[in-house]
Design a binder for this molecule. Sequence first.
Ligand SMILES: Cc1cc2nc3c(=O)[nH]c(=O)nc-3n(C[C@H](O)[C@H](O)[C@H](O)COP(=O)(O)OP(=O)(O)OC[C@H]3O[C@@H](n4cnc5c(N)ncnc54)[C@H](O)[C@@H]3O)c2cc1C
Length: 498
Amino acid sequence: MTLNSQTGTRDVDRLIRGLVAEIGADSVVDAAQDLSRYFRDWTGDYVGTALAVIRPATVDAVCKAVRYCAQEGVPIIPQGGNTGLVGGAIDKTGRCVILSLERLNQIRSIDPINLSAIVDAGCVLQTLKAAVAEQNCHFAVSLGAEGSAHIGGIIATNAGGTNVVKFGMTRANIMGLEVVLPDGRLWSNLLELRKDNRGPDLGQIFVGSEGIYGIITGACLKLSPALKTVETAYVGCSSFKDAMQLLNMLRAQCHEFLSGFEIISNKCLPFARLAYPDLRMPVDQSIAVHVLIELSCVAQLPLRDNLEAFLAEALEGEMIEDAVIAQNQAQAGSFWKIREGLVEGYAINGYHVRSDVSVKLSVIPNLIEQLEAMLHQDFPHWTPQTYGHAGDGNVHFIAVPPKGIDTQKTYETGRDIEAAIFRIVDDLEGSFSAEHGIGRTKRDRFCKTSDPVRVALLTAIKQTIDPAGLLNPDCLIRYEEQTCPKASVVLAETLRDI
Ligand SMILES: Cc1cc2nc3c(=O)[nH]c(=O)nc-3n(C[C@H](O)[C@H](O)[C@H](O)COP(=O)(O)OP(=O)(O)OC[C@H]3O[C@@H](n4cnc5c(N)ncnc54)[C@H](O)[C@@H]3O)c2cc1C
């Protein structure tokens, strides 16, 4: 894959020479190198190009590169581990510079007494988790892509994952941020304070902003003491309704210990096997709904006894069909592999309609029933696949197309299915993006269906921080459109007064 030189080879050469002069040749990826990993997202669904790819290794170099690009009027796309699922870090127009944070990857400090860590944005989530574990601490954000996703990426997307039910989304695990603004200025708020109520928390503007307001270069993260007791169970239920009743019951008995509650339809299991062929199912594969339960706590408590008693009661009451409690960490890991294999399995299988929706907990069985009935009735050749972080009301409904039909037609049908999914979610007053964000894939729907005041406020913040629209253009909102200028002017004036 090559850099985009449509702008004119001479212009691109000049830009690259300028960037080399600002941040050094080792921070500008040589066009002769393999650039495909910067131009293609994890799924392979989004493939783009760029004028240049830069990899600054210091915060100062990020500031210099951003300032230079701002002077030249060249847009920048911040890129982390490239595992986002909504095309936020990939641009097809080829008019941008990709700024990868991968070399800004140091852990600056870990404070086990304050329960905080300060890290570079390019630090890989798994690396950070392992480092804090060595100091008997725990960073709570956990997701299947943690071996590649960056701290900056999970903050920019406000990622969720498997432990939201106990620890909240990424937003809840941040104390402060360090951000390079679109003109190259640095705003740093890395004070390790658990309380700081001096006005609004400006850092929150950047959490979930998908790189459109600033480039996160560092973060102060909230830690908790290491979890000494973790118990995992793999359970079989005959329906999603039973699975959600099980959640109710579990909450009533162990709410403060519940750290994971995942549902998987048994139709999904062959896809997990595509990613990990040796997977062994803890319960009979013919049981309709598989549930992963995790209880955890910092103290050494007999949670296994609680879990055993709870599952025995559920079995007796015929709320579940079977259950296995992991005997050790390795077995618990093998249970989680089934869940983690799904995203990968669908990617290996090829094109599919992916969704990431949420509704109130009580509505989940109704949501799944409607989604599956819709596919069955209107698109009978497609296979419904349902799994998700049900403890947070989050469902990933996947539709897999039949093999071997005309691709163009498949994509068109896929769009119809997506529209039908959104209609059902809207009717149930849910969200069409529970945790993956908006990116470029869901931008038009987001702008069209959101409260206009909300879009106007987001646009107004953009106008104030990035008037030239140089950071991650066309991601999340279409800045040029300014759908509600009145509200944007009002907010811009308010912010200027501050
Ligand atoms: C196998 C798999 C499992 C996943 N599971 C989950 C899950 O359970 N829950 C969940 O919420 N998500 C999940 N995801 C998607 C999730 O959003 C990403 O894994 C992660 O949050 C993005 O991090 P990243 O470093 O890869 O960012 P990228 O993909 O590189 O970027 C994502 C967005 O953030 C912006 N960005 C990246 N870094 C910065 C920065 N430093 N400053 C400003 N903007 C930046 C980009 O411009 C882009 O808009 C999964 C993905 C995969 C592939």
